[in-house]
Design a protein around this ligand. Structure first.
Ligand code: ZN
Length: 143
């Protein structure tokens, strides 16, 4: 049997990808198709974002994809003045956690939202985004 090529699709994610190989590489394909996706455990129904291939609650590996659709409510955010190595060019930007009901999504606020308009409780959607360097990620947009 021929050796399978390494699946490194995740290296395309984010300004700087710290993960090149995962069990959830389809996440990047979905982003390129315009969808932000999480996974749901078929065993116990728990939803995961970022997507997981294995459920920590019931230990099942039988998961299915679902789309992060609808509006989330901003729970908290942080405006960054300093960025990790590789992200300096993106500054300033804000990171946030949004509640989508039975799961939460951590991500970046879209760069075109004025900093003084970002506030806890605001409604957001999660949207795929292509970065200037061709990488893909997702951002929160005002709902
Ligand atoms: Zn489960």
């Amino acid at each position: 049997m021929a050796k399978k090529d390494l699946d490194t699709r995740f290296s395309k994610f984010g300004t700087v990808s710290f993960t090149s190989i995962t069990k959830t590489n389809d996440f990047v394909d979905y982003l390129e198709q315009g969808k932000v996706m999480g996974t749901r455990c078929k065993g116990c129904g728990l939803k995961f974002f970022p997507p997981r291939a294995d459920c920590y609650k019931c230990l099942s590996s039988d998961v299915e994809w679902f789309e992060v659709a609808g509006k989330g409510k901003l729970l908290t955010f942080s405006k960054l003045q300093y960025g990790p190595v590789g992200f300096e060019g993106d500054l300033p930007y804000a990171i946030a956690l949004a509640d989508f009901g039975d799961y939460k999504v951590f991500g970046r606020m879209a760069g075109d939202i004025p900093a003084d308009e970002i506030q806890v409780g605001m409604e957001v959607t999660a949207a795929p985004n292509t970065l200037p360097n061709g990488q893909v990620n997702y951002v929160f947009r005002k709902a």
